[in-house]
Design a protein around this ligand. Structure first.
Ligand code: FES
Length: 246
C-alpha cells in the first residue's frame, strides 16, 4: 500500500518537474528550475465559493490542504506588498527564487505548513505552527533576543520563518525555508488558484511518518491523493481545536 503511494507521488513529481522545466521561460538557472514543481491547479474557495484576493483580511490565517488532501498549507494577507525577489537555498543545497506574493497588492502569500525541523504541522487537535501578525519575541540564529511582527512561528522547538522573504529561517533549528505554494491570481475575477510548490518539499517524509494519524483525521485510506479542482479554506481557528501561541 505504501509503495503504491510512493510510486504515484514520484510519478507526479517527475511529471511536475518536467512540466515546470518546460514552462519556465527562460529558467533563471538550472538550480532554480529544479526547485519548482507543478501539481494540479486548484481553485481556492471559502464556503464553496471562490475566495477573492480582496476577501482576505490582513493578518487572518487560513488553512488549506495542497498538493495532497492531507498536506497542510497556510495562506494570509501580509498587508504589505512583497514584490522583491529573494534567493533561497534548501537543506540539500538547491538554490531557488521566491518572487513575492499575489493579489492586487502582491500581499498574499502561501506556504507549506510543515516545519522543516521535525515536521510539526497544524493538526485538527492542535496547531503549534502559525503566522503571527503582531509583534512577538523570539531568538535569532545567534541566540539574540528579537522582536518582530509578521513571522511564522513553530512553537515545538521555536523555529521562526520570515514570510515576507520566502519563509527564510530567521531563528531556531529549522534547516531550510518552508516550501512556498505557487499561486496564480486572476485579475479578471479576483480568484486565486494553487498550482505548485517551490523550495524544499517534505511531503514524502510527512505522509510516511504521519500516515496513520492522517488517515484517522481526514477519514481517507490513501493519504497521498492529490487535491483536485478546488480546495476549501478554513480559518486556523475553525480548523484546529487549540492554536498554540509561544
Ligand atoms: S518541529 Fe518546528 S521547530 Fe522543531
Amino acid at each position: 500500500m505504501v509503495m503504491k503511494h510512493f510510486d504515484r507521488r514520484k510519478f507526479f513529481k517527475i511529471c511536475g518537474s518536467y512540466i515546470a522545466a518546460l514552462s519556465a521561460a527562460p529558467p533563471a538557472s538550472a538550480a532554480t528550475a529544479s526547485a519548482a514543481r507543478l501539481y494540479n491547479p486548484v481553485l481556492l474557495t471559502r464556503n464553496g465559493n471562490p475566495m477573492g484576493a480582496r476577501d482576505f483580511e490582513v493578518g487572518q490565517v487560513y488553512i488549506f490542504h495542497y498538493p495532497y488532501v492531507t498536506t497542510p498549507c497556510i495562506i494570509f494577507n501580509l498587508g504589505e506588498s512583497t514584490d522583491a525577489q529573494y534567493q533561497l537555498t534548501t537543506e540539500a543545497g538547491q538554490r531557488y527564487a521566491w518572487t513575492g506574493g499575489i493579489g492586487p497588492q502582491r500581499s498574499i502569500v502561501a506556504y507549506s505548513a510543515i516545519c522543516s525541523h521535525r515536521m510539526t504541522y497544524p493538526a485538527k487537535s492542535a496547531s503549534f505552527l502559525n503566522y503571527r501578525h503582531s509583534k512577538v519575541v523570539f531568538f535569532d540564529e545567534n541566540r539574540t533576543r528579537q522582536e518582530k511582527n509578521k513571522i511564522i512561528y513553530c512553537c515545538s522547538e521555536r523555529s521562526v520563518y520570515d514570510p515576507t522573504e520566502g519563509a527564510r529561517v530567521i531563528g531556531g533549528p529549522a534547516p531550510q525555508p518552508l516550501a512556498s505554494i505557487q499561486l496564480q491570481y486572476s485579475d479578471r475575477d479576483d480568484s486565486i488558484s494553487a498550482i505548485g510548490t517551490t523550495g524544499g518539499e517534505l511531503f514524502e517524509q510527512f505522509l510516511d511518518k504521519f500516515e496513520f494519524r492522517l488517515q484517522l483525521d481526514f477519514k481517507v485510506v490513501d493519504v497521498a491523493q492529490q487535491t483536485v479542482e478546488q480546495v476549501e479554506l478554513q480559518t486556523i481557528e475553525e480548523f484546529t481545536d487549540i492554536v498554540v501561541h509561544c
